[in-house]
Design a protein around this ligand. Structure first.
Ligand code: GAP
Length: 454
């Protein structure tokens, strides 16, 4: 896919407050609070009509880049519920914990790993200076029960990280496909965490979606593949954002590595929340397949077809969040710019055209001229077979452009009186607001070239 290229040259915006994105998402149908009529549930959200389109586009583009475009990668879709032993083997039952302290004075709760060091040393609340309690450990796994008879129900967990299915299916994939090491397995799927401090809208949720590549290698090739995927993933994110200077790598210090990782880099993106993880590149080594071999009693080692060497493959993991991508893309794309005609400012989402939820809006110049309306409806009918198209004839043309700008629609097609004479329409581009005249017959190809990845 081509890089974002539509942005005007002078494009330097301040960080967007999260509240603006929350308000836009609710107003225009991207994201709604879950169970809102009951007061909502912290850290859980629903996606509205535009949100679903954007999410699907984000997922599809990841899948296209990672699975479809790589001969050495295949995809799976595993279940959310697994055998409970999976989570013992993975180390999550023992290690997937947050350590928390409470302020005895103001009763606020903090994760120790998020407290400034001086507050930990002095045992002082960063807000009111009150004394902090002894740290307590909370496991993040969400419990659930299989079976209906009390006493016979089996306790298990909603998956705390989506990637575990990939290790569970590794041997099946090797046996049912012709994949040979080095190769990768991808998956997109929901994960669940009892986050103690959910917040910042979609950034830290309790139910969210992850995408993972688990790339299986011979130990001697680990470094080379780790470097390869680290760079590839960085380029991928660079390709879908406007503010490329807000993306960087950060290596994990020894005391912050997850229990399964020997080495890790985060791809971080800078927003009003500061630099925050967007995706993790993890050196998982032989941790996962060794542990599942040990706990299941099944040998998950791999035999090289050529050398006959038998070994436990090592794993490079690239693990990111669909929801965090959704949020970061909105924060990256949102802009309020002064109206050149001096009226109210224009809110525009400069989303990559290939990810934008609606690709084109078809607008008759006037709603009371039947021929304009009929022609515009016909164009919309043709285009909606190929891409998400909206027909809109409500209010004046300027307002309709604004409505589309605000949801990131890259192109607006206007049917005017000249259309009735010569069969051409105007195509207005979202970012520069430039207009070109195009023959109706050329419209599908003109738009497809600009809104699909290839
Ligand atoms: N399998 C490795 C793993 O789960 P992680 O760093 O805990 O690693 C990977 O999660 C990605 O999942 C993060 O980079 C982030 O994008 C996303 N993520 C993690 N926790 C999240 C949460 N509570 N809400 C939304 N996204 C989350």
């Amino acid at each position: 896919m081509t890089q974002v290229e539509n942005k005007p040259a002078a494009y330097d915006t301040p960080f967007v407050p999260i509240e603006k994105i929350v308000a836009l998402c609710k107003r225009r149908g991207f994201v709604y609070p879950n169970s809102e009529i009951y007061g909502g549930v912290s850290g859980i959200y629903d996606f509205g009509p535009l949100g679903v389109e954007l999410r699907n586009n984000i997922r599809r583009y990841w899948w296209w880049s990672m699975v479809q475009m790589n001969d050495n990668v295949v995809g799976i879709e595993g279940a959310i519920i697994t055998h409970p032993k999976v989570w013992e083997a993975s180390g999550h039952v023992e290690n997937f914990v947050d350590r928390l302290v409470d302020c005895k004075n103001c009763k606020r709760r903090f994760r120790i790993d998020q407290l400034p060091e001086e507050n930990i040393i002095q045992n002082k609340c960063p807000v009111c200076g009150g004394e902090l309690t002894e740290p307590r450990r909370f496991n993040l796994l969400m419990e659930t029960y299989l079976g209906v008879v009390e006493g016979e129900r089996m306790k298990t967990y909603l998956r705390g990280e989506a990637c575990q299915n990939i290790y569970l299916d590794f041997d099946n994939v090797v046996k049912s496909t012709r994949m040979q090491i080095p190769f990768g397995i991808c998956q997109i799927g929901k994960a669940f965490r009892n986050e103690v401090t959910p917040g910042n809208f979609l950034f830290r949720q309790r139910e969210f979606e992850q995408w993972d590549l688990q790339f299986f290698v011979h130990p001697s090739e680990m470094q080379q593949w780790f470097d390869y995927w680290k760079e590839k993933r960085f380029e991928w994110y660079e390709g879908i954002i406007n503010h490329k200077e807000r993306l960087h790598f950060r290596e994990h210090g020894p005391d912050e590595l997850a229990h399964y990782a020997k080495k890790a880099f985060d791809i971080e993106y800078q927003t009003i929340l500061g630099w925050q993880e967007w995706e993790g590149i993890h050196w998982r080594g032989d941790w996962d397949l060794s542990r599942h071999s040990e706990y299941s009693g099944q040998d998950l080692s791999y035999t090289d077809q050529n050398t006959k060497e038998r070994y436990i493959p090592w794993i490079v993991e690239t693990s990111g969040g669909v929801d965090r991508t959704f949020l970061n893309l909105l924060l990256d794309a949102y802009e309020e710019e002064p109206d050149p005609t001096g009226k109210e400012p224009r809110t525009v989402l400069r989303l990559h055209p290939m990810l934008a939820p609606v690709k084109v809006a078809v607008l008759p110049l006037q709603k009371n001229k039947e021929e304009l309306v009929t022609t515009a409806r016909d164009i919309h009918k043709t285009l909606q077979r190929l891409m998400v198209s909206q027909y809109d004839d409500v209010s004046n043309i300027g307002r309709r452009y604004r409505r589309q700008d605000e949801i990131g629609t890259p192109y607006c097609v206007t049917v005017d009186f000249q259309t009735l004479d010569d069969g051409t329409v105007t195509v207005r581009e979202r970012d520069r607001m430039t207009q070109v005249r195009i023959n109706i017959n050329e419209l599908p190809m003109y738009l497809l070239e600009r809104v699909t990845w290839q």
